[in-house]
Design a protein around this ligand. Structure first.
Ligand SMILES: [Zn+2]
Ligand SMILES: [Zn+2]
Ligand SMILES: [Zn+2]
Length: 219
C-alpha cells in the first residue's frame, strides 16, 4: 500500500492521482460499480487532482466495503450504460464513459499519426511504405526530393558564391575576391557584399563625373 502524502486536510490523508491506495474509490468510481456512499459514510481520504476546465480540486475517496448498493437498473438502462462505455472504434467495453474513442484507440491513433509523419515526404507530401530518412534540415524526405532539393540548394549557394566573388558591374565577370577571402571578411564582420573591379570603378566614376558636369551645364 502507498504511504499517504504528508499533506492532510481535515485530518484526512491527501493522495495525488496514481498514488491512491488500490481499494479506495471516488464517488464516480463507486457509481461505475453500481455502489454509492452509504447514508452516514464519511470519506477516508482525499484525491488531489487537476481536471481540465475545473482546475485543481480535492475529491473524497471512499472505502467500497462500507458503500451501499445502488438501486438495480433495468436491462434498458444497463444497455444504455454499456453503449456509453463502448468504444465506437474498437467496440471494447471500457470502465469509463467513452467520448469519440477509448484511451487505447487514442494512443494508437497518436502513434499512427507520428509514424505516418515519418513516412510522409515533407517536400512532396507523398506517403511511402517505410519510414523515410531525414534531409539536411532534419525533415523526412523521399529520396527524389532529398536529391532534387540538395542539388537545387547546392546550385543556389554556388550561384550566390559566384555573385559575391564577381565584380558588381553588370556584364563584368572579373573576380574581385576568393571564397576564402569572403568567408574571412564574413567572420570578421566586415563583408558588405561585392564591389566593382578597378576598371569598372573608373568607368563608373567617369560616367558619374559626366553626369555631374551635364547637371552643372543645365543649371
Ligand atoms: Zn477503442
Ligand atoms: Zn518527396
Ligand atoms: Zn568589373
Amino acid at each position: 500500500m502507498t504511504e499517504p502524502s504528508t499533506v492532510t486536510v481535515d485530518s484526512l490523508p491527501v493522495y495525488k492521482a496514481g498514488e491512491v491506495p488500490e481499494h479506495l474509490r471516488t464517488a464516480t468510481q463507486l457509481k461505475a460499480d453500481r455502489l454509492k456512499p452509504a447514508e452516514s459514510q464519511q470519506p477516508v481520504a482525499l484525491l488531489s487532482m487537476y481536471r481540465r476546465g475545473h482546475g485543481w480540486g480535492k475529491f473524497p475517496l471512499y472505502d467500497p466495503a462500507q458503500a451501499a448498493p445502488m438501486r438495480p437498473i433495468s436491462a434498458k438502462q444497463q444497455q444504455a450504460m454499456t453503449a456509453r462505455r463502448t468504444c465506437p472504434e474498437c467496440r471494447q467495453i471500457c470502465a469509463y464513459v467513452v467520448y469519440q474513442r477509448c484511451e487505447d484507440c487514442r494512443q494508437r491513433a497518436q502513434q499512427e499519426a507520428q509514424h505516418r509523419q515519418a513516412r510522409t515526404c515533407h517536400r512532396c507530401r507523398r506517403e511511402s511504405g517505410a519510414r523515410l530518412p531525414t534531409d539536411v534540415h532534419g525533415w523526412w524526405a523521399c529520396e527524389y526530393c532529398r536529391i532534387y532539393y540538395a542539388t537545387r540548394e547546392q546550385a543556389e549557394s554556388e550561384r550566390l558564391a559566384a555573385f559575391n566573388r564577381t565584380c558588381l558591374a553588370h556584364d563584368c565577370t572579373t573576380q574581385i575576391a576568393t571564397d576564402e577571402e569572403i568567408a574571412a571578411a564574413r567572420g570578421a564582420g566586415t563583408w558588405r557584399g561585392p564591389w566593382r573591379c578597378p576598371p569598372c570603378t573608373q568607368r563608373w566614376q567617369a560616367a558619374d563625373g559626366r553626369q555631374a558636369d551635364s547637371d552643372q551645364d543645365a543649371a
